[in-house]
Design a protein around this ligand. Structure first.
Ligand SMILES: Nc1ncnc2c1ncn2[C@@H]1O[C@H](COP(=O)(O)OP(=O)(O)OP(=O)(O)O)[C@@H](O)[C@H]1O
Length: 658
């Protein structure tokens, strides 16, 4: 796919899209989250790009919504759909549906919608969906204990770009490598030429290291799963609640997720925990061991009667001889026992293994007895190094093992989240269809539309109180009727049905058929008489309209208010003639139906929304327009009522004039 061929995608946007793993797939799926993850692309822009891709694929020029009022109704429709989405993703994705004149586009959406309408919007699924969001990138994790090394400048640049998590170092020879091995726990050498060389430390020659990121930087995958843990668990719950086959084994996913901490470290391994705690507690354990030994000795000394020979006592007094010799002679056994207790304490408090315990013994070395007992700091440091290295190696092994498991789950995890989000889109459509008793309309080549029991969700009364409307039009038609009879609401319903139908969506009617309109022109009622300039502008607009393409739906509400009634009737008659010639489908709401019909040079069809009578000062109306029927206006009805109630020549004469 040539990205720049997509309407609205310039060179800069195309470059940004090329950053994505698979821009074509993202565009094909309409995956607004993936598109918006390219740098500098907002969600609004992602919607435009996704729509552009659809238009490009279907050769659609996307000009169905031809007027402000038509666009306004489309926004209302999108609002109704979005109200039924749980996730922000679904809300944005719903915006990619737009009314099209392309048969293939409409069909594409209809097959998606037909499946969607089968989906049961189970509250448990909706609840689970509330935790799902598109997968997030965790950002670059810096790994300090490992580095990459190469002697090749090109390879160096390649490594820096591929593995931003690791430092890349230059190593020309074994000496350089030894140097690096002293600074890093692990050195990964990218050059084959170093294979077989003997270097002290953890130095691995891995020419394929850049191609195996799960092994080279397992932290990357771990961070990805740690960052997205909640959304992955929520997506898994969505699949289970909706009873949809997941793209991976959910238990394996949950198990893998339970092994990684929020910061990407592996958890739940006893050996790692033992080593990490031992490193942390080493100083405290040595201190306590010292106390244990000294307490033991102190106690022993306290309980002992020491007999000292005169000669010894003299040398103690005269030569300042140390008391140690005395200690050694009198308490050698107790001293050994004290050391043993101290060593045992270190070994058991830190849960050391036999190898580590061997070093720990030397923390309290054999030798001439002293009091108080003191540890050997150098050995403590050695033990610390030993334990830290074992801990880091254990962590590295755990990370590598877990990353291996996760690498198999990586693509399915993406699909898992994406499928859950797409399910939300389907459920929004399903809920819309259920809430407004929708059906999928049919398209055919016949001119016009036919709506059976249509009920607009956009009325100012609750949907339950909306009275069903039947209406069919196949040419240029006038719609007459009493004030507040529902003429504007009927135009809204027709526009709504046409817009939804051409989006490929279900429509709020028991049945609907229509022609695939090239354009939908809907002109709302203008607010009062226009001045000369505005009138001229409006006339120009209609001039352009009647010169436009075939196959249009034109809905106009009380155009007569733009100027004085006599002139209006002539102008509307002229517009209707032109539209009739073009085989357009038009409904003009007007109170001047009689005058327009007289001014027109063809038999204009006039339909009417008829009041069935007046009840307690309120009009009773049949909301479905009657075909070929000029409805009585409200004044006519009232005169008729008075004439009936009161009789008399005045009312009868008045009635005659209608
Ligand atoms: N199908 C319907 N079901 C229930 N109520 C409706 C229906 N159609 C219209 N109404 C009610 O009637 C009111 C008037 O409707 P609308 O504005 O469409 O009439 P109108 O014939 O265009 O009026 P006007 O001649 O004053 O322009 C609406 O605000 C709505 O409350």
């Amino acid at each position: 796919m040539e990205l720049e061929a997509i309407p609205g995608v310039g060179a800069k946007t195309a470059d940004a899209l090329h950053e994505l793993d698979d821009p074509e797939a993202a565009l094909r799926r309409g995956d607004v989250a993936a598109i918006a993850s390219a740098s500098g692309i907002t969600h609004g822009r992602a919607v435009q790009i996704a729509r552009g891709a659809v238009r490009d694929r279907h050769g659609d020029d996307g000009r169905v919504l031809a007027t402000d009022r038509a666009r306004e109704l489309y926004r209302d429709v999108i609002g109704l759909l979005k109200d039924r989405a749980v996730t922000d993703y679904a809300e944005t994705r719903l915006e990619t549906f737009y009314p099209s004149a392309s048969r293939s586009r409409i069909e594409e959406v209809r097959s998606f919608v037909a499946d969607a309408m089968e989906r049961e919007p189970d509250p448990a699924v909706l609840e689970a969906l509330s935790g799902v969001e598109p997968m997030e990138s965790p950002g670059t994790v810096r790994v300090r204990e490992r580095c990459l090394a190469t002697a090749d400048a090109e390879r160096y640049a390649e490594a820096e770009a591929a593995m931003p998590e690791l430092s890349v170092e230059t190593a020309e020879d074994v000496r350089d490598l030894s140097e690096l091995a002293r600074s890093y726990a692990t050195v990964i050498v990218l050059d084959e030429s170093f294979a077989g060389l003997d270097v002290h430390g953890d130095v691995r020659v891995r020419p394929d290291a850049l191609e195996t990121p799960a092994e080279t930087v397992p932290e990357r995958l771990l961070a990805r799963f740690a960052t997205n843990r909640d959304r992955l668990l929520a997506a898994a719950a969505v699949h289970e609640a909706a009873d949809v086959d997941p793209p991976c084994d959910l238990e394996a996913l949950r198990d893998a997720l339970s092994r990684v901490d929020d910061d990407g470290t592996v958890i739940g391994d006893d050996e790692f925990d033992r080593l990490a705690t031992a490193v942390d507690d080493l100083d405290a354990a040595v201190g306590t061991a010292e106390s244990v030994a000294n307490d033991h000795l102190r106690q022993a000394i306290r309980e002992r009667d020491v007999t000292i020979e005169g000669q010894d006592f003299l040398s103690l007094v005269e030569q300042g001889a140390r008391v140690d010799s005395l200690l050694s002679r009198e308490l050698a056994d107790e001293y050994d026992a004290a050391l043993e207790r101290a060593r045992d304490h270190v070994v058991s408090a830190l849960r050391l293994d036999p190898g580590e315990a061997e070093i720990a013994k030397r923390v309290f070395p054999e030798g001439d007895p002293t009091f108080p007992v003191e540890h050997d700091e150098e050995t403590v440091s050695r033990l610390r190094n030993e334990l830290s290295t074992a801990r880091d190696q254990r962590a590295a092994t755990l990370k590598a093992d877990l990353a291996e498991d996760l690498s198999e789950l990586s693509d399915p995890a993406d699909d898992l989240v994406r499928d859950a989000l797409e399910l939300d889109v389907e459920l929004a459509v399903s809920r819309f269809a259920r809430d407004f008793d929708c059906t999928l309309p049919t398209f055919d080549r016949d001119r016009g539309f036919r709506i059976v029991e249509g009920r607009s969700p956009l009325l100012d009364v609750s949907y339950a109180d909306a009275e069903p409307v039947d209406y069919a039009v196949s040419g240029a038609t006038l719609l007459s009727g009493v004030n507040s009879g529902g003429k504007t609401s009927t135009l809204d319903l027709v526009a709504l049905v046409a817009i939804l139908a051409q989006m490929g969506m279900p429509v709020p009617a028991a049945e609907a058929r229509l022609e695939r309109f090239e354009e939908i022109h809907y002109y709302a009622k203008s607010q009062g008489t226009l001045d000369a300039g505005a009138f001229e502008a409006t006339l120009r607009e209609f001039g352009d309209l009647v010169e436009g393409a075939d196959g249009r739906l034109v809905l106009v509400d009380e155009l007569e208010s733009i100027t004085e009634p006599g002139a209006s009737a002539k102008i509307i008659a002229g517009i209707l003639e032109a539209l009739e010639d073009q085989a357009a489908t038009a409904v003009f709401v007007s109170h001047l139906a009689r005058e327009i019909r007289e001014a027109a040079d063809f038999p204009v069809a006039v339909d009417g929304i008829e009041a069935t009578g007046l009840e307690d000062g309120e009009l009773r109306v049949n909301r479905s327009p009657q075909k070929d029927h000029l409805a009585r206006s409200t004044p006519e009805l009232i005169v008729e009522k008075l004439s009936g109630e009161r009789g008399g020549a005045f009312y009868e004469d008045l009635l005659e004039k209608f």
